[in-house]
Write a protein that binds this ligand. Sequence first.
Ligand code: 5GP
Length: 194
Amino acid sequence: MADEPATLVVPADEIAARVSELGAALSRDYEGRRPLLVAVLVGSLPFLSDLVRAIDIPIEVDFLGLSRFGEGGRIRIALDTAESVEGRHVVIVEDIIDTGLTLTVLRRMLEERGAASVATATLVDKTRRRLVDVPIEYRGFEVGDEYLIGYGLDWKGHYRNLDSLWAVLDMERLVEDPAALHDQFYPTQVERRH
Ligand code: 5GP
């Protein structure tokens, strides 16, 4: 459908296959170390949910909520982990790495808190938009510059529950009306715009 405002980038079955591979790699690399997976809320939740079930060694899961301010990448912890990361082998679980600024701050913070090791698993990597060089040990997919939605990724809180990854073609429309893609993605929904 050429006139649709969003286009499919990664279908659900390809996401599932890749997440299985990442789970197998983590299981192999962290055997005997019971890693602490720290998921960055909210966008990483579908990825986390599938990833943990693809891991076949003992693990623990925790959550971190961040607030971002402006363009400068300044971040603040809005919700801290329940567990201490001291002495733990931490795997940050992220939805998408863009400039890399958030991840850089987060890695430094976890290292300062005494984590035994810190690695990152991200579903999506926008490699070309990187502003800072930051290591990414487990990467699902490399993508271009487009704004992505679905499988956890949102626009103003919408579209997180799509099972595939989509690129927004008409960003202006979405800026004007965050629900502009509801007709494409939720066709049976009787629209109540709020
Ligand atoms: P950065 O790497 O620039 O510090 O920021 C990464 C964050 O920017 C992600 O966690 C996500 O919240 C947001 N982000 C970057 N690119 C996209 C995108 O294409 N789609 C969505 N939904 N969020 C994005």
